[in-house]
Design a protein around this ligand. Structure first.
Ligand code: TPP
Length: 563
């Protein structure tokens, strides 16, 4: 039986077990939307109508980050596709599986500046793992299968499929490839055994070993393997922004958050380590500080599924291309049971310094306005660290990373590599579709929320029970902090006016509340958590709170400042 190209697109999504797609219709994708009418009516596919294509992209990312299966978005040509580009780039930087489908003008008018024509293949080439333009309906099943395969395997990433309008109308015979094998794309997942043995020897002989854990551990769903490995070797582990929820924050071997606004101990002690195992992390400049002074006295073992990451920023003495789960299983077998009591005590000592000088003051202030750290700490306690937390970008992001104590694996989403403001709210929507039974809480600043605030109405239309916290300091806080510290307090264009968030939320059909006084904070948070549905809580916070510790740009990790 012949079906249209549009139906073939949707049949392909069913073959890939896609449950939900995030999208926005328009001229060049109308045939697919027309076919979608039947698929959504009988419940085969759920479509979420976002209010801006960037929202569709971040929502798909939220879904992809939570499940490991590609989030899917559907947009029209021209502005529909270009609005998606930021989210695609964000997914590329953070290794998020995503399949984007864009409509394209009729193949006969490509290159003529036809209405809503944009060269999305050209535009997205540098920010996709793979992209492809379909001009014949018969190509659809094979290309879709390839797209999903590439997006979810190896180092995951975004893929874009652009489909001309005529290909969407064209009739074809549908049959979906059983499995996909691509000669030019064969990710290595098994580590080289000899390298594992060498790595184990270095780790066994190290007096001051340090494990750096990144997002790759969670992508590989290797949290259990990580814990077993750490406990056998008694290794302290420090975490990148994305790696944070790979181990319970309260685990005795969890020595903190790495990098610019990370914890004092892992930053100060990185350069004291004699063997460093980096796993599923890419030595981002926010983590390494000044590279010339980084890990100079350590033997570096680096495990990553993407060979391009090895020796990119930090030379590896033992480079290992592998899936993190398989590599950790092999390494755990190869190491011996060990203890590093004195070395781990050094981390605890520096933690106490940070606690006294930084943490206690901001998490439990007695006077003044509510602080971000205090709000996040209270939220962490009230949710027992069990929520899925999605942050936007800015001070509140770093504060959330620092003070929310994650107790579940893969329960933290943030825009790391790109640092995209506006990410939080739509990403939280996607995360909620992935984890309907878990509390999903989005935390944004007053600046970032305004970048995608239109998604309030999507939340209301879907009655999607995401809890949205806005930490309102009246400033583009992170930029203000830099201006204060490094630009002589010349506050240039960071004083941002906000609408009355409660009125806006209510106008969009959401329940909402505002809290200003410390004495009301706990009750307001509890009321939000108890509410059965979407909810917006604005918390007015201290205007000029700073996030410390901080490694100033260009400094070495051990030049971290406590104030
Ligand atoms: C799209 C985008 N534009 C600009 C920036 C630069 N930037 C980083 S943090 C920040 C301020 C964020 O302010 P707000 O959302 O109020 O959060 P706060 O830092 O106050 O917690 C800005 C402007 C960015 N990361 N993303």
């Amino acid at each position: 039986m012949k079906i249209s190209g549009s139906q073939a697109v949707l049949e392909s999504l069913l073959q890939e077990n896609v449950e939900v797609i995030f999208g926005y219709p328009g001229g060049a994708i109308m045939p697919v939307y027309d076919a979608l009418y039947d698929y959504t009516n009988d419940g085969r596919i759920k479509h979420v109508l976002v209010r801006h294509e960037q929202g569709a992209g971040h929502a798909a990312e939220g879904y992809g980050r939570m499940t490991g299966n590609p989030g899917v978005c559907l947009v029209t040509s021209g502005p529909g596709a270009t609005n998606l580009v930021t989210a695609i780039a964000d997914a590329m930087m953070d290794s998020v599986p995503m399949v984007c489908i864009s409509g394209q003008v009729h193949s006969g008018v490509i290159g003529t500046d036809a209405f809503q024509e944009a060269d999305v293949i050209g535009i997205t080439a540098p920010v996709t793992k793979w992209n492809y333009q379909i001009t014949k309906a018969s190509e659809i099943p094979e290309v879709m299968a390839k797209a999903f395969h590439i997006a979810r395997t190896g180092r995951p990433g975004p893929v874009l499929i652009d489909i001309t309008k005529d290909a969407q109308f064209e009739m074809m015979d549908f049959s979906y490839p059983e499995d996909i094998s691509l000669q030019s794309y064969q990710p290595t997942t098994e580590p080289h055994q000899r390298q594992i043995e060498i790595a184990a020897r270095y780790l066994n002989n190290a007096e001051r070993p340090l494990i750096l854990v990144g997002q790759g551990v969670q992508i590989a769903k290797a949290q259990k393997e990580l814990q077993a490995f750490l406990e056998k070797g008694d290794f302290p582990a420090a975490f990148t922004l994305h790696g944070l929820s790979a181990l319970h924050s309260g685990h005795p071997l969890h020595v903190g958050f790495l990098g610019m606004h990370g914890n004092y101990a892992p930053n100060m002690l990185s350069n004291k380590a004699d063997a460093v195992l980096a796993i599923g992390m890419r030595f981002d400049d926010r983590v390494t500080g000044r590279l010339s002074d980084y890990l100079n006295d350590a033997t570096v073992i680096h495990i990553d599924i993407d060979p391009a990451e090895l020796n990119k920023n930090v030379p590896a003495d033992v480079p290992i291309v592998a899936d993190a789960k398989i590599a950790l299983q092999s390494l755990t077998k190869a190491i011996r049971k060990n203890t590093h009591t004195n070395w781990i005590r050094e981390f605890k000592k520096l933690y106490e310094v940070e606690k006294k000088q930084v943490i206690d003051g901001v998490t439990h202030p007695k006077t003044g306005e509510i602080t971000m750290a205090e709000a996040v700490t209270l939220l962490s306690e009230l949710t027992k660290g069990e929520a899925v937390v999605v942050s936007d970008v800015g001070q509140h992001q770093m504060v959330t990373a620092r003070y929310y104590r994650f107790s579940r694996p893969n329960s933290w989403i943030s825009s790391g590599g790109m640092g995209t403001m506006g990410f939080g709210l739509p990403a939280a929507m996607g995360a909620k579709f992935a984890r309907p039974d878990q509390e999903v809480i989005s935390i944004s600043g007053d600046g970032g929320i305004q970048m995608n605030i239109q998604e309030f109405t999507t939340l209301a239309q879907e009655q999607l029970p995401v809890k949205v916290i806005i930490l309102n300091n009246g400033f583009l806080g992170m930029v203000r902090q830099w201006q204060q510290l490094f630009f002589e307090k010349r506050y240039s264009m960071v004083n941002i006016q906000s609408p009355d968030f409660v009125t806006v939320a209510k106008g969009c059909g959401l329940e909402a509340d505002r809290v200003v006084a410390r004495i009301d904070l706990k009750k307001a948070l509890q009321k939000m958590l108890d509410h059965n549905g979407p909810y917006v809580l604005e918390i007015k916070v201290e205007q000029e709170e700073n996030v410390f510790p901080m490694i100033p740009t260009g400094s070495s990790v051990d030049e971290v400042r406590l104030a």
